[in-house]
Ligand binder design. Structure first.
Ligand SMILES: [Fe+2]
Length: 387
């Protein structure tokens, strides 16, 4: 379900929600399927929503994007004019200098298990590179610098037996498969990738990555392990924390620096510095994963000063992903707002909370009381109406 809140002239001017009428949903409720091509696997389009080249796309890593009409009422399966032959990640990156949409997709049923793609600023798929990896692993996100792509081949491995048994997420933790990052020049291909082994861990989300001479700096939310608890159970028994990976392409080594001990997820930056050095990061703060795996608040990291500031949403209130909205050009990196949907259990409805990112601890600049609960979800985007 996509939720859209409109803001204009200092007021909240609208709220709507609509199911993305995917092929699987249409079959279930006996209605017209989406227009457009067939997907290799029918995806739920439930992970992220972005706008690129004027098109709103609902994304999930197991399927094709669904292009949504402006009112969100209609969906069309979108394969970039036949360019996609396997699914697309829900975490593409937009290069702020070129406007390119840079992404990958992974396939579990046969090689190539990984593909790299570039869609230009006009929405045309202009490059696809098949990438060799030895087995099908779950790859939720990746790093993109201004010159390189960084692939994560981490040991959550597709398990055909679990798939055959009908598990909706048929993957398992297999540390013996090893962990590697692959660094590829964005203009290169499979033969140009440098694969570097590292100790097993798992990363769903990358905060940002950037070039630092012969190294790539990549800040990630890192788990000791995931999908280690058995099918149908919580997906991990380890707390996710912010860490900095320095991928040294001269020494062929990845070193890790733990940046904080606070459990966090859903890391976001100012997208204007995507692929370039960033100073700030924004995350949702979790309770301890074993006892209280819920979102309790938000954190702003100042990675230059090694400081963090918390926003506490109040009792019985649980936030979602913090989305940064820049205030304009020619400004400090944190001049802007952070938007988060906060569920208020007392009201059994959600608020859109708007923080001034430069005074992150609050109070909120504005709170929009929505007439309904927005169920906990994953990711979203701020979309200026002129885009
Ligand atoms: Fe995600």
């Amino acid at each position: 379900m996509i939720h859209a809140i409109s803001l204009a002239g200092g007021k909240a001017t609208g709220y709507r929600n609509r199911w993305v009428r995917t092929r699987a949903l249409a079959a279930k409720v006996d209605t017209t399927p989406p227009r457009g091509p067939s997907e290799p696997v029918d995806g739920p389009a439930n992970t992220h929503v972005i706008r690129h080249a004027g098109t709103t796309l609902a994304l999930v890593e197991s399927g094709f994007p669904h292009a949504l009409s402006p009112t969100l009422d209609r969906a069309r399966v979108h394969d970039f004019d036949g360019g996609l032959s396997s699914s697309m990640t829900a975490h593409p990156k937009v290069d702020p200098e070129t406007g390119d949409l840079v992404f990958f997709g992974y396939d579990v049923f046969g090689p190539p298990f990984l593909r790299f793609h570039v869609v230009d600023a006009a929405g045309h798929l202009v490059r696809t590179e098949d990438i060799d990896i030895p087995r099908a692993t779950m790859i939720h996100d990746f790093g993109v610098t201004s010159t390189r792509a960084v692939f994560l081949d981490l040991p959550i491995v597709f398990d055909l037996d679990l798939a055959a048994a009908g598990h909706s997420i048929p993957f398992r933790w297999m540390p013996e498969a090893g962990a590697r990052v692959g660094v590829m020049p964005r203009t290169g291909g499979n033969s140009d990738i440098r694969w570097i082994s590292m100790d097993p861990s798992y990363v769903f989300h990358v905060l940002n990555a950037y070039d630092d001479g012969g190294s790539v700096i990549m800040d990630v939310v890192r788990y000791d392990k995931a999908f280690d608890t058995g099918p149908g159970e919580a997906i991990t028994s380890s707390n996710p924390v912010l860490a900095r990976w320095t991928v040294d392409l001269v020494a062929n080594r990845v070193s890790e620096q733990r940046l904080d001990d606070t459990p966090v997820e859903f890391p976001r930056i100012d997208d204007a510095v995507a692929g370039q050095p960033h100073r700030y990061g924004y995350c949702a703060r979790l309770g301890d994963i074993a006892h209280d795996p819920t979102f309790l608040g938000l954190v702003k990291y100042d990675l230059q000063r090694d400081e963090s500031t918390r926003f506490e949403p109040g009792e019985h209130r649980s936030p979602g992903e913090p989305v940064f909205v820049r205030a304009g050009d020619g400004r400090a990196e944190d001049e802007g707002w952070v938007l988060s949907l906060v569920y208020d259990a007392t009201r059994d409805a959600s608020d859109l909370v708007i923080l001034d990112a430069t005074s992150f601890g609050g109070p909120a600049v504005a709170t929009v009381h929505l007439p309904a609960r927005v169920p906990f979800g994953f990711h979203g985007s701020w979309v200026p109406t002129d885009s």
